[in-house]
Design a protein around this ligand. Structure first.
Ligand SMILES: [Mg+2]
Length: 304
């Protein structure tokens, strides 16, 4: 197995133990051939992953948080190269979704035993995402989080910004045009605090918003959180925190293939936890887009 290990040397790391050379030695003991490549600049992970595909590597291991993994994935779309995960960042939503162990030794041990899975990706304009796109409140939070503070304080920084944003947020009218799972076209205008377009089920570490989302069914799950005023937004946030949004909150759900969104005042958009721009935008499913290395099914059954 020929693998390239890509990591961001400047990212905030929660794994003090993470040493690229150690990972390399461990995998070489398992019979792998490993080349270590630190990222050099913004989006360096994408360029390195593309290079790995050209040089016919079997596997690219992305060591980092969700941002690093997303970057690397961009370079592997529609190639036979498999993406392996080493969750070494402040946010590990992606690793959780794929049931990658968050403990260092276990995460390393999963790689040589992993199995390949072919998954769908979402695509926002020209950029792919693994998990989800968020438009509105959650992207506003990311705009507020101070990067340095996030590296030190992690979840607390995001939470603080989440509360602070409540006093700045205004519900906005979003125009949506989309095609549902049956190919029927819809036009909706809704006053919202937030929409989520999910490829998978986990969001923001522990919040399960789209439980029915499966990553290989050729569909994205659109959740529209409606809000007319401050009180609605507050209520939505509380219910999401308490995981009671299904009972409490006015939201709509559609399984879709393609979505176009417009807002009078451009609304911010995040994908996989990174701010990427503003509306208008087109979001669509890219079926069978990426091979990943997932823990074997029997291992999954053992983990509670
Ligand atoms: Mg799906």
């Amino acid at each position: 197995m020929k693998a390239m290990l890509i990591y961001n040397p400047t990212a905030g790391q929660i794994w003090q133990q993470f040493q690229p050379e150690m990972v390399k030695n461990y995998l070489q003991e398992q019979g792998w051939q490993v080349d270590v490549e630190p990222t050099q600049k913004i989006s360096g992970g994408t360029d390195l992953a593309r290079k790995a595909a050209q040089l016919k590597y079997d596997v690219v291991i992305a060591a980092g948080g969700d941002g690093t993994i997303n970057e690397v994935a961009q370079g592997l779309v529609h190639t036979p190269v498999r993406l392996g995960f080493l969750p070494v960042g402040t946010t590990n939503v992606l690793a959780r979704e794929f049931k990658i162990p968050l403990n260092y030794e276990e995460a390393l041990a999963y790689l040589p035993q992993a199995e390949s899975r072919l998954i769908d990706l979402g695509k926002l304009n020209q950029r792919h995402f693994l998990l989800m796109a968020g438009v509105g409140y959650d992207a506003e939070i990311l705009m507020r989080v101070n990067k340095q503070f996030k590296n030190v304080a992690g979840k607390l920084a995001v939470f603080t910004s989440g509360v602070e944003n409540l006093f700045h947020h205004t519900p906005f009218v979003l125009k949506m045009r989309f095609e549902d799972a049956q190919g029927k076209r819809h036009k909706l205008n809704r006053r919202v605090m937030q929409i989520f377009v999910s490829n998978a089920s986990t969001y923001a570490t522990d919040f399960k918003i789209a439980e029915q989302a499966v990553m290989d069914d050729g569909l994205l799950e659109l959740h529209i959180f409606k809000s007319k005023r401050f009180r609605d937004t507050l209520y939505s946030l509380l219910s999401l925190l308490l995981r009671r949004h299904k009972e409490w909150v006015d939201f709509e759900h559609f399984s879709i293939r393609k979505l176009q969104i417009f807002a009078r005042k451009p609304a911010p958009i995040q994908i996989d936890g990174d701010l990427v721009g503003y509306t208008p935008a087109t979001i669509e499913i890219v079926p069978k887009a990426l091979y990943i290395l997932a823990p074997r099914q029997e291992d999954k059954a053992e983990t509670p």
